[in-house]
Design a protein. Structure first.
Length: 314
């Protein structure tokens, strides 16, 4: 999901027991994201639907990153044998895809996983299609097969799966999708994904993943050994600055999306754009040395960037 901390209204979930516990876990996770997930100022129906989509996105990412809660509970909820399949990422993703199709089917049995059952009413109410959800699953499958990207174009193709579906789902939930808005949204989402990759170079390398284009690393004379250093030398910082400018250009391309909508949705989208700009400012303030840890914007910096975005696009 887009990533910036904000106030979360904790949605009430019918039922009890395991479903409630899963819902509370997702809500707690959302509160620690870097960009607004379902801020308090949105209509209650939008907040509920955004949290349902976030629950799916978080589940698929946790499967892809191997970050599911221990014990195999999610594997069992997806109809798998926890002992045999609990750590088989591809089997888990296949089972999640099968459960997604149950969300879109009228036939019994319905979805198995509580987060997928929660997604069903949102899908029906908003007329969502399977494609964005399938894109997020495929991005995590790709993470199991591909750990390096040779060109910037290859990275953009990955972001088309891993990031752009999120913006399209937001537009679908709010009933504001149009070809031009989708194009602008894709630019913003890809930019946010690139910024996150820049912040998380060290963490990603620890997972044996590099999201900096190989052709750019070669151009700046950066090796993976350089990325594993405690701090970034001049070539690494020059590479990060170059990729940050690319992300900034994408944000600039997508920012008119904010001015194309009205009311509380404008504020939400300004939060996404402002959060990206604030993160880029934090990277620059660290002299583009991201290796010691992710440079994070302050809340004041975030608010300033959101305000500036609203003034530009008012």
């Amino acid at each position: 999901m887009a990533r910036a901390r904000d106030v979360l209204v904790r949605p009430r979930t019918p039922g009890g027991g395991r479903d409630d516990a899963q819902s509370r876990t997702v809500t707690d996770q959302a509160a620690h994201e870097n960009f607004p997930v379902a801020p308090f100022f949105l209509p209650r129906a939008w907040r509920r639907d955004l949290m349902a989509v976030y629950g799916f996105a978080r589940l698929v990412d946790d499967i892809g990153d191997g970050d599911l809660a221990p014990g195999g509970g999610d594997a069992a909820r997806l109809g798998l044998d926890p002992e045999r399949d609990g750590k088989d990422t591809l089997a888990l993703l296949d089972a999640l895809e099968a459960d997604l199709y149950r969300v879109f089917s009228d036939r019994a049995p319905g979805p198995l996983h509580p987060l997928m059952r929660r997604l069903g009413p949102t899908v029906r109410r908003c007329g969502l299609t399977p494609e964005p959800f399938l894109g997020l699953i495929e991005a995590n499958r790709q993470d199991q097969r591909v750990s390096r990207y040779a060109t910037y174009g290859d990275l953009l193709a990955y972001c088309e799966l891993s990031a752009n579906p999120v913006g399209r789902l937001v537009l679908g939930i709010t009933g504001t999708a149009s070809p031009e808005r989708v194009r602008r949204s894709d630019a913003v989402c890809t930019a946010l994904q690139i910024v996150e990759h820049l912040q998380d170079v060290t963490e990603d390398l620890g997972r044996d993943r590099v999201y900096l284009p190989g052709e750019d690393m070669k151009h700046f004379g950066v090796t993976e050994a350089d990325l594993a250093a405690p701090t970034g030398g001049a070539p690494v910082r020059a590479l990060i600055a170059y990729e940050a400018e690319r992300a900034r250009a994408l944000l600039n391309e997508g920012t008119p999306l904010v001015g194309s909508v009205h009311g509380r949705l404008k504020l939400l989208l300004a939060g996404f754009v402002g959060g990206g700009r604030a993160a880029l400012r934090a990277v620059a303030a660290a002299d583009h040395d991201v290796l010691p840890g992710p440079p994070k914007p302050t809340k004041l910096s975030l608010l300033r960037e959101v305000g500036a975005t609203l003034r530009r696009e008012g």
